[in-house]
Design a protein around this ligand. Structure first.
Ligand code: IDP
Length: 157
């Protein structure tokens, strides 16, 4: 018997790919994710800076927060077994140009623009998923039993 580890992760469709939202959602569903929350939001520059706070010393921080506040973003909570790793694999490498060479079927290869405007975001650990889900969905029941632990209801044969 295989015990699957059901996780929640935060996905964003960034402003450069917002017009491709329907195509991206189709890919998400086709890959077996359940969309448990969704919200369209236009981030202020301050909110974007808060979201990407860990990068505040990086040279691209100002450009990144300007880009992230330049138009609407779709925020989603995605759930499935190993959702965090699985969503990052589906997105592909950070740089969309690199993605087109190395992972041509990935979402960033198909819908991203360059190394900064790269179509989507995905949490990179259970800790960041918890923080980032709460950032957009403070009411979300993100109980610790679902991130990283085996849950009886999700046993599969
Ligand atoms: P990730 O989104 O693949 O986890 P991070 O290194 O956490 O990548 O970077 C966060 C975001 O910052 C990226 O998605 C991208 O939009 C932007 N970014 C990362 N590296 C660069 C860079 O070298 N130049 C410009 N923007 C960058």
């Amino acid at each position: 018997m295989v015990v699957e580890k059901i996780e929640s992760t935060l996905a964003l469709v960034k402003p450069d790919a917002f017009d491709n939202t329907e195509n991206i959602i189709t890919i998400i569903k086709r890959n077996g994710f359940v969309i448990s929350e969704r919200q369209v939001v236009t981030l202020s520059k301050e909110r974007a800076a808060q979201f990407y706070e860990e990068h505040k010393e990086r040279s691209f921080y100002d450009d990144l927060t300007t880009f992230m506040s330049s138009g609407p973003t779709l925020a989603l909570v995605l759930r499935k077994a190993d959702a965090i790793t699985s969503w990052r694999q589906l997105m592909g490498p950070t740089n969309s140009d690199k993605a087109r060479k190395e992972a041509p079927d990935s979402i960033r290869a198909k819908f991203g623009t360059d190394g900064s405007k790269n179509a989507t975001h995905g949490s990179d650990s259970p800790q960041s998923a918890a923080r980032e889900i709460a950032f957009f969905f403070p009411e979300y029941q993100h109980s610790s039993e679902f991130n990283g632990q085996d849950v009886r209801e999700y046993l599969t044969k």
